[in-house]
Design a protein around this ligand. Structure first.
Ligand SMILES: O=C1O[C@H](COP(=O)(O)O)[C@@H](O)[C@H](O)[C@H]1O
Length: 255
């Protein structure tokens, strides 16, 4: 199915459009399943999301279950942490119960990056998957968690989550969460949802702003290639949205 492309002149207007979708998906999921499962990304997304969402009063925050589509393996108070970014932009302003915000286990992150071993990264992944299993296993009799909504960013190189062009993780077909230790964008050690998890979601929405995303958006949305990670995001039974500001969408002919 063709993606829905939404373009808005400013980030404030884009935020309102994105948040309308988030609030509607939250309302539908809570009506159907009494909870809303959402995956957030880092980068530029949290600010666009929070601009309008933090002032919305029509949200049942206590029914949200929040995960991170990818996370950098740094302490949660590091400036590189996707959690810290989301906390400053959103969690500090809305009453999502802390136990429903599922972070990597801070205690498992070595203070010294040289102390990382395969065992340590596996422990971090096991812990994160355990949190996913606790939330999803009893309701989805399927092989992968089915999120109500995943909010993704995109890098100028076409990466999304911590899935980078040409990386072997793009072929992962069974893991839920994977470890990457050679991210071309710093910091190098991260965990990420895999493509099967992303493609099982009910709804996936990309958010991209600014002129720096123009060329990659043309490649993804108007060329046939399939070598960029974001082009591999095709929810098998769900809907796919692209929320773009006018600067990001400027070179698209099909907007
Ligand atoms: O490293 C990351 O980058 C992407 C894209 O970030 P943006 O600043 O270009 O929007 C982000 O979606 C991902 O969560 C993050 O870890």
């Amino acid at each position: 199915m063709a993606p829905h492309i939404v373009t808005k002149p400013t980030i404030d207007e884009l935020s309102i459009a994105l948040v309308d979708l988030v609030v509607e998906e939250s309302r539908k999921a809570i009506n159907a399943r009494d909870r809303f499962t959402i995956g957030l990304s880092g980068g530029s997304l949290p600010k666009v999301l929070a601009t309008d969402l933090k002032d919305r009063e029509d949200v049942e925050w206590d029914k949200w279950q929040v995960f991170f589509c990818d996370e950098r393996l740094v302490p949660l108070d590091s400036e590189d942490s996707n959690y810290l970014l989301c906390k400053r932009e959103l969690f500090d302003h809305v009453p999502i119960p802390p136990e429903r915000i599922h972070t990597i286990n801070n205690e498992l992150i070595p203070k010294d990056q040289d102390a990382f071993t395969e065992e340590v990264s596996q422990e971090i992944i096991d812990d994160y998957e355990k949190q996913l299993i606790e939330v999803f296993a009893c309701v989805n009799a399927v092989k992968f968690p089915v999120f109500d909504l995943l909010l993704l960013g995109i890098g100028p190189d076409g990466h999304t989550c911590s899935l980078f062009p040409g990386h072997s993780l793009l072929d992962e077909s069974s893991l839920w969460v994977a470890y990457i230790e050679d991210s071309p964008k710093p910091p190098p050690r991260r965990i990420t949802f895999t493509l099967p998890v992303i493609n099982h979601a009910h709804t996936v929405a990309f958010v991209a702003t600014g002129a720096g995303k123009q060329d990659v958006l043309c490649k993804i949305l108007e060329e046939d290639g399939k070598d960029l990670p974001a082009q591999l995001v095709k929810p098998s039974h769900g809907r796919l949205y692209w929320f773009l500001d006018d600067k990001a969408a400027a070179k698209l002919t099909s907007k």
